[in-house]
Design a protein around this ligand. Structure first.
Ligand code: HEM
Ligand SMILES: [Ca+2]
Ligand SMILES: [Mn+2]
Length: 348
């Protein structure tokens, strides 16, 4: 006999009754947080992208080293950044995160779900709205009791690759895992590194979960898109595009460069590896086996055929700073027409 399914509201069913509430949360946030399931452009200023960023800033508050030294190392993906927002959003690396925490909190309270669950759920739903995007696993059942994360666990864009890799390793993520996680920056923009140009994206296609980010980060940088060189910023190749120092370094580091470049010719690999590493990010500090799998609630991203990655108009292979010793940079074609400026992500 087929397994019995729990009846939820609106005639829907779930594999486990504990998943029913998440259908209600889904309806609510798609309409009221993500402006009817849009990727990257919403009423609440890019809440989709900010929600994805928040999954990281909550979860990365976890340190094996601190624990080994008898200190509290943080609870990982435990909702502490929402429960103790007045502490954690004041950490320097969390600048700007207070906005999405405050935007999300009323939804979690209304549906009476744990903050840690809500943050990971909203990130998964938000990114499922992006064309070409991943369908992330969602496990529910995290405790809503947490303690504030220690400071200095969230990587800064001004940190050297060595420092970022060490920090990520201390939270359970290898160098390759870190590259896989950075696929998130294909649907991302900055607001605070250069506050004079909020909404300046990291690639030319910030509402598409494509591989353009991995191409454009390897181009020779020639300009600052805003008010000059800020801490954590390096030269960008395109008007209207922002480059983080951390992305620049990780794209070129011999330990990470080949994984970085490999996504340019393999979108399926990029998405699959992101899905896989996000399973682990979402459960940092938890035993996944003690949570309930409610992945069925996460929408299936629209099936789209994305155009292959290209060199932006005006750029040639000579502008590429390929850094993978084992494999030459792929022979991409250049988008036609004159060089253009990348449009900002709509601001608050
Ligand atoms: C590994 C080191 C990382 C560093 C140094 C870093 C740094 C940054 C910085 C500085 C911003 C711009 C913030 C602002 O000015 O508003 C940003 C944006 C973003 N990051 Fe990261 N990040 C890292 C990893 C990640 C990971 C692992 C994820 C998710 C899995 C992520 C997701 C995002 C997203 C979605 C945005 C865009 C937010 C928006 O558009 O509002 N980042 N990141
Ligand atoms: Ca993109
Ligand atoms: Mn946390």
């Amino acid at each position: 006999a087929p397994p019995r399914r729990a009846a939820c509201s609106n005639g829907r069913t779930a594999s486990d009754a504990a998943c029913c509430v998440w259908f209600d949360v889904l309806d609510d946030i798609q309409e009221n947080l993500f402006d009817n399931a849009e990727c990257g452009e919403d009423v609440h200023e890019g809440s989709c992208d900010q929600s994805l960023r928040l999954t990281f800033h909550d979860a990365i508050g976890f340190s094996k080293n601190l624990t080994a030294h008898g200190q509290f190392g943080g609870g990982g993906a435990d909702g502490s950044i929402m429960a103790f927002a007045q502490i954690e959003t004041n950490f320097h690396a969390n600048v700007g995160v207070d906005e999405i925490v405050e935007t999300q909190r009323p939804f979690a309270l209304k549906h009476n779900v744990a903050f840690g669950d809500f943050i990971q759920f909203a990130g998964a739903v938000g990114v499922s709205n992006c064309a070409g995007g991943p369908r992330l696993q969602f496990l529910a059942g995290r405790s809503n009791i947490s303690q504030p994360s220690p400071d200095l666990l969230v990587p800064e864009p001004s940190d050297a690759a060595d420092k970022i890799f060490a920090r990520m390793e201390d939270a359970g993520f290898s160098i390759i895992d870190t590259v896989d996680l950075l696929a998130s920056h294909t649907v991302a923009a900055q607001d605070k590194v250069d506050a004079s140009i909020p909404g300046t994206p990291f690639d030319s296609t910030p509402s598409t979960f494509d591989a353009q980010f991995f191409v454009e980060t390897l181009l020779n940088g020639t300009l600052f898109p805003g008010n000059g060189s800020n801490v954590g910023e390096v030269l960008s190749p395109l008007h209207g595009e922002f480059r983080l120092q951390s992305d620049f370094e990780i794209a070129r580091d011999s330990r990470s460069a080949c994984e970085w470049q490999s996504f340019i010719t393999d979108h399926t690999k990029m998405v699959t590896k992101f899905e896989s590493v996000m399973k682990r990010l979402a459960t940092v500090g938890h035993n996944p086996n003690s949570l309930t799998d409610c992945s069925e609630v996460i929408p299936v991203p629209k099936a789209v055929t994305l155009p292959p990655p290209t060199l932006p108009a005006g750029q040639t292979l000579g502008d590429v700073q390929g850094a993978c010793a084992a494999t030459p940079f792929p022979r991409l074609s250049t988008a036609p027409g004159p060089a253009t400026s990348v449009a900002p992500v709509p601001p608050s």
